[in-house]
Ligand binder design. Sequence first.
Ligand code: C5P
Length: 204
Amino acid sequence: MSTPFTIAIDGPAAAGKGTISKAVAAHYGFAHLDTGLLYRAVGAKLLLGMDAMIAAQTLTADDLQAGDLRSPEVAQAASKVAVIREVRAALLDFQRSFARRAGGAVLDGRDIGTVICPQAEAKLFVTASADVRAARRFTELTATGAQISRAQVLADVKERDARDRARAEAPLIAARDAVEIDTSQLTIEAAIAAAIAAIDTRRP
Ligand code: C5P
């Protein structure tokens, strides 16, 4: 398909958005953008002492390859810089033009269906209970050798969600026309199948 087709996938931390987005992008042959990585890259620069707004305005592709963007510290810093209006504004154009690229795009994040691409052809809101999300994130983090307790991961996930939902700028909320998929009881395969079934109803 050479015309733009945007798939917006939003939801709270560790609900399965990343896995579903990659699989959906591969299924349709679309490009994929993990927008959380943009905020993580800005958060990582804040931890290094840079002003968040300047970091967002000068972000490069190389910054997205920086080591340790997946760490819990960077995740918390990302959600702190994500409340800043100027940071979000600096990242807007890149996300919007990615979304409308020829050949189709999948973007996952918190505000794709509500703010970045309200006209997205297909919107999903992927959720799971906080306990399930924390358990998944704990498994991911410990697999990379991180020293962190399950209780700390749950507290981090809850703190980040609360900040993402409560902020004034582009809060985490399902778009009115998003299809909600609760992955708490689903296998990865079933969650991907549910996402593709929902998107297929929006395809020409
Ligand atoms: O998705 P991920 O967990 O990598 O996102 C890290 C943080 O970046 C989120 O907790 C959120 O504060 C912020 N974010 C955002 N808007 C997006 C994507 C991520 O505010 N579209």
